[in-house]
Design a protein around this ligand. Sequence first.
Ligand code: NAD
Length: 251
Amino acid sequence: MTEARGRAALVTGAGSGIGRAIARRLARDGFRVAVNDVDATATGRAAAEIDGLPVVADVGDRAAVGRMVGEAVGALGRLDVLVNNAGICRLGAIADFPEADWRATFRVNVDGVFFCCQAAVPSMVRQGRGNIVNIASWSGKSGAPYFGPYCASKFAVIGLTQSLAREVAAHGIRVNAVCPGIVGGTEMRARVDDAARALGRPTGAERVGLIPLGRLAEPDDVAAVVAFLVSDEARYMTGQAINVTGGLWMH
Ligand code: NAD
């Protein structure tokens, strides 16, 4: 995807897991990448492996996000791609889900996407082009027991994606979401599996029989779809929420 040469991308939550794979993939495709995470050590490590720009910030903090985007645009000279990947997942029955966990979920998964889009769009409008990809989930398309707050936050991400796509299309900015299924090997997967076990629910690996392609997703499977969406190959796509679930979810 040689058209990426000289272009700049910012990936949130890129210190580990799917975000790290996306940052690596975009760097391989020729982007200069600003690597964000709230964890400073993880940010430094992930940035170092791709000669990226480390930008530590909590995406739920509007002022910090403004500073982060300013720093990225200042250092890289432009911002062509924003990937909103940072996210958290806490399990529990809605009836007794702690308010603090509900608010934490929305702070990262929804406020984070909202603040980063607000901060990045003006640069993209000035450039007359840009690409935003929001990492939602198949949990943004169907409710699931004990995933209520997480599902609600990911439904919200798809709503924001569709609305922003319509608002900024005339400026040459495309906005899409990616909806991974069950992704193995990430810190979130380990935490969710532990919580599922505690609730007597199946882990990700125990649900593999439901996946037509017969395996969990790998972070690189998601990164490949992000790379496609931000490339000119996807120039006629905006406002979409693309499933990357191995066929687990088809709507
Ligand atoms: P992960 O926990 O491995 O990585 C998430 C990263 O985000 C971590 O490095 C964490 O430090 C960072 N982060 C958390 N809060 C932050 C904040 N406030 N500001 C900046 N960074 C923050 O998770 P993952 O599995 O790689 O998931 C990445 C994204 O993919 C999330 O949005 C998640 O909801 C989504 N997703 C994951 C799966 C899965 O099965 N793992 C499935 C569907 C969707």
